[in-house]
Design a protein around this ligand. Sequence first.
Ligand code: FMN
Length: 182
Amino acid sequence: MNDTIAIFASARRNGNTGKFIDRISEILEIDVIDLADKNISPFDYEHKNIDDDVIPIMDQILDHEKLIFASPVYWYAMSAQMKIFVDRISDFLAVDELKDKGRKLRGKIGYVVCTSICQEADDSFVNSFKDTFEYLDIKYGGHIHANCKDGYVESQYTDDVTDFVNSVRNAEFCPRIKMRST
Ligand SMILES: Cc1cc2nc3c(=O)[nH]c(=O)nc-3n(C[C@H](O)[C@H](O)[C@H](O)COP(=O)(O)O)c2cc1C
């Protein structure tokens, strides 16, 4: 099975970010989870929404070692659909029965694929992923950005995509081994 999966969330499936992640996933031959297609409700302190799609999605994600988060930059931040999902990761830190799953995120490698209408992705956008990864003990593997001021033009990103795909393929996953204290 492929060790990489993409988690994608945009306000439109076949927009700039959708085309960008489709190109990358085609080369890497990986699955793309479209969060907008799923039933994921916003974070609830009482976890009354725990039976929505968030646990099956997490189970699918946890079967992989390299996680690619794909989102457009909307107002210097990740898309709303992505933010709802990231908020819901909190369930896996807070609900006793889910904590074992949450711990399995540790040591995985996280990447970011993004589009905007600027030359570079905003630091605030990239840092929100980097900081979240750090908190969850996910190693940051890097990001790739496409300036879609004139739409997504695949030919402009051939070299960047090749570099990104190679860095994902070549990344060494180091599983966290629990050391028994003597
Ligand atoms: C609600 C909204 C907010 C946006 N905010 C930003 C922004 O803060 N910075 C930026 O460079 N582009 C911004 N854009 C432009 C998008 O990032 C850009 O068009 C992106 O490629 C859209 O990807 P999509 O087709 O997957 O939605 C925004 C677009 C929308 C719809």
